[in-house]
Design a protein around this ligand. Structure first.
Ligand code: GLY
Length: 568
């Protein structure tokens, strides 16, 4: 699909709108999507968070100052995934071209053990890793923000934390979607908490209601004043440990004190004239994304066209093989020797498609993980580019919607249920249907495998695209298909993030597709090749920034949510 003229008109109108009026800091609460700006751009899942990030850019902050402010604002305004009780990943590219990543993923508490979710017969006990205190990993977000800011930030720490404190003290006006999300989780909030919390509303939340966040405002104030110690020590740490004890949680003061985020070398790979810069393990995202792009590179995806039967078939067969590798070979590199070079070597990838046939699906039962040479639903993403061309691509998570549903009493924030991202029992699927084995088994202090894929793409050595999304196991394929939409199908950023998607993850052996992702004819042809298909509700929330040929930035905010692009 070439850039459709209707879309170009839409982008032009939005450009007129955002280019002619300065963003009103007091009143911008509506989602804005498909925005073009000259200097800087913030795209996130919530209008208040994008507004706060943009204000930091306009004040002279750089992309990393804006990232800290946006992350804390999401913790206030977007409780389903924005967090200080979870973790995430940053991929950055400085205007000088220097790149890097920061891993602030949660860790298993020291008292965690391999079979902690199994009963005496060795069966997985449903719900233990997803609802309540036992599913909580040691949070990394606050350490991540402090660490990012110390190395890359420009404005004073207090200046980038303060806007989230002000927002929490003011309260957040609920959107229709957030009210629905909170209502859907009410029963689980009651189950997971012994106290009543600011998220519980027995008569039901409505759009326009104000969420009051005074405890969170006080916690953020301690973080503003004491940095890392405002969370991992003192009053906040005491409140977390007290909360853990109420529900048989494992986290201790020692776990909190020991938490450290880690700078890691990015995964880099080429696709035609583009360089992909993405997250290494403990995320599977970067390796899987580069594998996917290189597996489809020899095929004429552009000539076949967007969502044409051949295009979908090749993409699905690549996805099937890559997710089989993910299950067997990927885990925390500090605990398991991930064969990174082997998984990305061109001879290995060539051999992975050896049994591929254009005229039939390969059943997943016949696709095992390869043998690379050994050298060894809810999350949120924001993309930021500043006036100097520095870029931040950040995906952050509590894992499930509202994480473990446990609110730390007196501290006003939700804790993650990231322990479910471990493989609790080999071959048994987690909440995203993903299976795994030894590489991702639970161990004390280990980071659970992630699918988060914050990514930056360079074209001819210059910043080109900043992109990422939530969506559990679908994160990798959503980022992959959005990149292919831009690189091969000539779409602009807004069109590429809004385009309907499909997903295959090896097991279950099935193509899940959004409504309207595949035409009736494409579906019939795919079935005749032997593919199973299943329609599912829309998923993901891709937030992207594309540098246009004229140097301007196009912000694409996913129209599946309240996601908002704001630029200046
Ligand atoms: N919790 C989702 C992920 O990290 O993949």
């Amino acid at each position: 699909m070439k850039n459709v003229s209707g879309n170009s008109i839409l982008v032009f109108l939005l450009w007129l709108c955002t280019g002619c009026t300065s963003v009103n800091q007091e009143t911008t609460t509506q989602a804005q999507q498909g925005v073009i700006a000259s200097r800087g751009m913030v795209v996130s899942a919530h209008p208040e968070a994008s507004k706060i990030g943009l204000a930091i850019l306009q004040k002279g902050g750089n992309a990393y100052d804006a990232a800290v402010a946006t992350e804390f604002a999401l913790a206030v305004a977007y409780p389903r995934a924005g967090n200080i009780g979870g973790g995430g990943f940053l991929v950055y590219r400085l205007s000088t071209g220097q790149t890097g990543t920061l891993d602030y993923r949660e860790k298993a508490p020291n008292a965690a053990s391999r079979d902690m979710y199994l009963d005496a017969q060795g069966n997985l006990q449903a719900g233990l890793s997803t609802l309540g205190h036992l599913g909580v990993g040691v949070p990394g977000t606050v350490d991540g923000m402090v660490t990012m800011h110390q190395k890359l930030g420009k404005l004073p720490w207090a200046d980038v934390v303060q806007p989230a404190i002000d927002l929490a003290a003011r309260g957040v006006i609920l959107t229709e979607r957030e009210a629905r999300g909170l209502n859907a989780a009410q029963q689980e909030f009651q189950q997971a908490n012994k106290h009543t919390s600011h998220l519980i509303n027995t008569t039901g939340w409505q759009a326009g209601d104000t969420l009051r966040l005074n405890d969170l405002a006080r916690t953020l104030t301690r973080i503003r004043d004491k940095g890392r110690a405002g969370f991992y020590e003192g009053e906040t740490a005491d409140l977390i440990v007290r909360e853990m004890k109420k529900g048989k949680g494992l986290m201790t003061h020692q776990d909190l004190k020991e938490y450290k985020s880690v700078w890691r070398e990015p995964i880099k790979g080429n696709y035609k004239e583009y360089t992909i810069i993405s997250m290494p393990p403990p995320s599977s995202g970067g390796i899987a994304l580069v594998q996917l792009l290189q597996l489809i590179e020899p095929y004429d995806v552009k000539g076949w066209g967007w969502q044409a039967p051949n295009t979908v078939h090749v993409i699905v067969e690549a996805e099937r093989r890559v997710y089989a590798d993910r299950a067997a070979h990927l885990g925390d590199p500090d605990f398991y020797k991930v064969p990174m070079k082997g998984l990305l070597s061109s001879s290995y990838l060539k051999q992975r498609m050896a049994a591929f046939a254009m005229d039939r699906a390969t059943p997943s039962a016949q696709v095992k993980a390869g043998e690379p040479q050994k050298e060894s639903d809810q999350t949120t993403h924001y993309s930021i580019v500043d006036q100097w061309g520095n870029a931040a691509s950040v995906t952050t998570t509590l894992n499930g919607n509202y994480g473990s549903k446990v609110v730390v009493e007196g501290a006003g924030f939700l804790l993650n249920n990231e322990m479910d991202d471990f493989s609790a029992k080999p071959g048994v699927p987690n909440m995203f249907g993903l299976v795994g084995g030894e590489a991702n088994a639970i161990a004390p202090g280990k980071r659970m495998l992630s699918s988060m894929t914050p990514t930056i793409v360079e074209k001819d050595g210059q910043l080109f695209l900043v992109v990422g999304t939530p969506g559990g196991s679908t994160i990798i394929t959503s980022v992959f298909q959005t990149i292919v939409n831009v690189l091969e199908h000539g779409m602009g950023m807004q069109e590429a993030v809004a385009a309907p998607r499909f997903h295959h993850q090896w097991l279950p052996d099935r193509i899940d597709h959004e409504p309207k992702a595949l035409s009736t004819q494409t579906r019939e042809i795919l079935k005749s090749l032997g593919h199973q298909l299943q329609e599912r509700a829309p998923y993901g929330a891709v937030e992207g920034i594309l540098r246009l040929p004229n140097g301007k930035l196009e912000g694409g905010a996913d129209s599946r949510g309240d996601d908002t692009a704001l630029g200046y």
